[in-house]
Design a protein. Structure first.
Length: 199
């Protein structure tokens, strides 16, 4: 019969329960590390700057060659804002350029909305914000903008930092619905049609 009070027998503190908890914690830590590496790899391949610049340039070339998909689109032009773009005929516009102020802010705004996503163009002063993920360059029309990418409310979100065009800046917000890859290319096609007139 074993003597549990015998001090010569080693007793592990916490017994098997402590070892099981340590083993579970090691597995959880391993899964967290693998998940973080996988997320970083996916983010890199989806949002690397070469892929975005390449796609945007491709659509710019198509537009210059009178791509049939784009030439049937409607055109929006803002003399006050100093920009124009083409957008699909089945998209709707929420034009709030009558609100806001170019001198004092908030910026004026026009939003284009379709099943593929949403594009909001703001112009004026009073822009702000930060990007924890870091900005990446994106060619919009013939101008390079800095863009912050994230996933919010089941949509891919681009926050386009305002670029100075003389008296005021132009910035954008882009939401891309699923499927992201197809609709991202579609949105890049819209962005490639931008033309800017410095103020």
């Amino acid at each position: 019969m074993e003597n549990y009070n015998n001090p010569s027998q080693p007793v592990s503190p916490g017994g098997d329960g402590a070892r099981a908890r340590k083993s579970i914690l090691k597995w959880i830590l391993l899964y967290v590390i693998i998940g973080a590496v996988a997320y970083g790899a996916i983010y890199y391949f989806l949002f690397n700057k070469n892929g975005y610049n390449y796609n945007t340039q491709k659509y710019q070339n198509n537009y210059q060659n009178q791509d049939s998909d784009v030439k049937d689109w409607k055109e929006y032009s803002s003399e006050e804002g100093g920009f124009s773009l083409k957008y699909p005929a089945d998209w709707t516009i929420d034009d709030r350029t009558g609100e806001g102020s170019l001198e004092y802010g908030p910026p004026k705004s026009v939003t284009f909305l379709g099943k593929q996503g949403r594009l909001q163009v703001d112009y004026g002063i009073g822009f702000g914000g930060a990007c924890e993920e870091g900005y990446q360059p994106l060619l919009i029309g013939s101008e390079k903008f800095d863009v912050c990418h994230s996933i919010l409310n089941n949509a891919e979100h681009w926050s386009v930092a305002a670029k100075d065009f003389g008296k005021f800046g132009i910035g954008m917000f882009v939401d891309i619905n699923k499927p992201y890859i197809h609709n991202r290319d579609f949105m890049l096609k819209i962005l490639s049609t931008f033309k800017f007139t410095p103020r």
